[in-house]
Every structure is written in C-alpha cells, then in structure tokens.
Design a protein. Structure first.
Ligand code: GLU
Length: 281
C-alpha cells in the first residue's frame, strides 16, 4: 500500500511544540511505512501569511531533521484549482452568497437552544440568514457558503446509489454533527478566492495524500472534508487525529503561544532529540 503523508502549516506565526509533534509524527509514520512525506504551505490567507514565517518553517523543520521533495506546494499558486472545485459545487446547486458580518450572525443566532453547540470549526454556527439568496446576487463583499442540508442530501444520494448505504466508507459522515455542530461553512472567503476547507480537500487529492495526520482539534473539520471529497468525487485519505500538546496548565497550545515556539527552544540550546522527548516521541 502506498503511504503519502503531509504537514501543511500556515505561515502566520512561529511553529510551536504542537506543530513539531504533528510534523514529526507524520514524518515518522511515512518513514516506517516506506512512504513519502510532503510539505505544503497553506498561505491562502494572504492577509495573515508572511514570507518570514514561511522561511522560519523551512528552517525549523530542517533543524528537526525532516526532509521533503521539492517543489513545495503553496496554496497561493493554486487559485485556479480551487475555482474549478467551487464550480463543481455550484453546478450541484449547493452554494449561496452571504454578506453577514460577525455581529449580524450573533444577533440572528439568538438565544441558543439548550444542549445545542453554538460554535463549530469556523466559529459561530451560521443561522442561515442568506440561504435563499441566488448566486447571481453575489457581490464583492460577500462570502460563498455551502448549503449543508442540500450538501448532505446530495452526498447521501450519491453514496447510496454507489454503495447501497447513505454514508459508507472508512470515515462515515454523521449528518447530525454536520447540521448541528458545523453548519453552512464558508467555501470562499472575502478577498481570498477560497477557504481552508475547500483548499485542503483539493490539495490533498492533487498531492495524492493517502494518510492525513492532524490534531484532534480538527476532528469536526474532517467531517467537512470527507463530505466535500464525496461531492467532488475525490478520494478520502485515512485520517489519524492525534492528541494535542498542552502546556503545564493543561491548556492546548495555540499558534500565538510564542513561549512554546520551536525557534525559542533552539535559541535556548535545545536539541531536536529534546524536542522529540518534550512531545513524547
Ligand atoms: N494549515 C492547517 C493548520 O496549520 C492544516 C491542518 C490540516 O489540514 O491538517 O492547522
């Protein structure tokens, strides 16, 4: 069996111990399987991506002992591919424009129903205010959203026709999670030409990624990705969601937690072996 794993950081801040764990784990698994490890720079958000962080990523990963083939895929080079995928979802009638600002969404969401999640992988779950707007109405200030209910029906139909089951496969979808805890995700953000979810699905397929090693924090996002793969007729990789690295108080590390930046440990004289030990490898 072929094994191609990847590490896909966004150059929006320093890599910290959590990233090191994810990258090293993907690398070790690929090595153990006699497979390949790829690097991808997820710089679709050009307003937050910085060349200095990209350089630092290469430097830190090299220092950790990781090697990867060139050229490295960069999302900012791939807007055409994302557009094609978007067109396919538009052809299925699953996309609508939305001009709601954060405050509009908060007001429209109203008081939460007891026991229902308020936040999903993209922040506050969208209440569906613009769902009936036609695509022909889209303006430059709009984002484009996936109509989750329609997307689930389209996916169920397709899978059912192919397999006789509604949600088959190694990563069966949970329609209730997608509707209640995820909602109408953004496919194209303002001034970006795509979104994380759309890009990552297209990129993993184009790089022939067979195994995605990512943190437990992306568990619900993976449901979105499997759904999009079904709709776009792309293969679904095997997903491994690893534990999250936490600080001494038990809080999981965020990108802005510069105190755990690999570069800082390097400056303080830590060795790559010590970083491995810190993350439990
Ligand atoms: N750019 C994402 C991150 O840094 C990639 C995660 C993934 O898709 O596995 O969190």
């Amino acid at each position: 069996m072929t094994f191609t794993a990847r590490f896909a950081p966004s150059p929006t801040g320093p890599l910290h111990l959590g990233h090191a764990y994810s990258a090293l784990l993907a690398y070790d698994l690929a090595q153990a399987a006699g497979g390949e490890f790829l690097l991808r720079i997820e710089d679709i958000d050009q307003s937050r991506s910085r060349p200095q962080w990209e350089t630092q990523i290469y430097d830190d990963l090299h220092w950790l002992g990781l090697r990867w083939p060139q050229p490295v895929m960069r999302q900012s080079d791939r807007l055409g591919q994302y557009r094609q995928a978007l067109e396919a979802l538009i052809d299925l009638g699953l996309v609508y424009p939305c001009g709601c600002k954060r405050a509009d969404i908060e007001t429209a969401a109203g008081a939460p129903q007891e026991g229902m999640p308020q936040f999903g992988p993209d922040g506050r779950i969208y209440p569906g205010t613009c769902r009936k707007r036609p695509l022909s109405d889209a303006g430059s200030q709009d984002v484009l959203r996936l109509d989750m209910n329609k997307a689930i029906i389209a996916s169920e139909l397709r899978t059912f026709c192919e397999t006789g089951e509604a949600f088959a496969g190694a990563h069966p979808l949970d329609a209730n999670t997608l509707l209640d805890a995820v909602g109408d995700i953004i496919l194209v953000r303002r001034n970006m030409g795509s979104s994380y979810h759309l890009s990552v699905v297209v990129d993993d397929a184009d790089q022939n990624i067979t195994h995605v090693v990512r943190g437990q924090d992306l568990f619900d996002a993976t449901q979105i990705h499997v759904l999009l793969q079904g709709l776009l007729e792309l293969p679904t990789p095997v997903y491994h969601h690893h534990r999250l690295i936490r600080d001494t108080t038990g809080k999981r590390l965020a990108k802005r937690d510069d105190a755990r930046a690999i570069s800082l440990y390097r400056q303080q004289g830590a060795s790559p072996a010590e970083i491995r030990a810190m993350v439990g490898l």
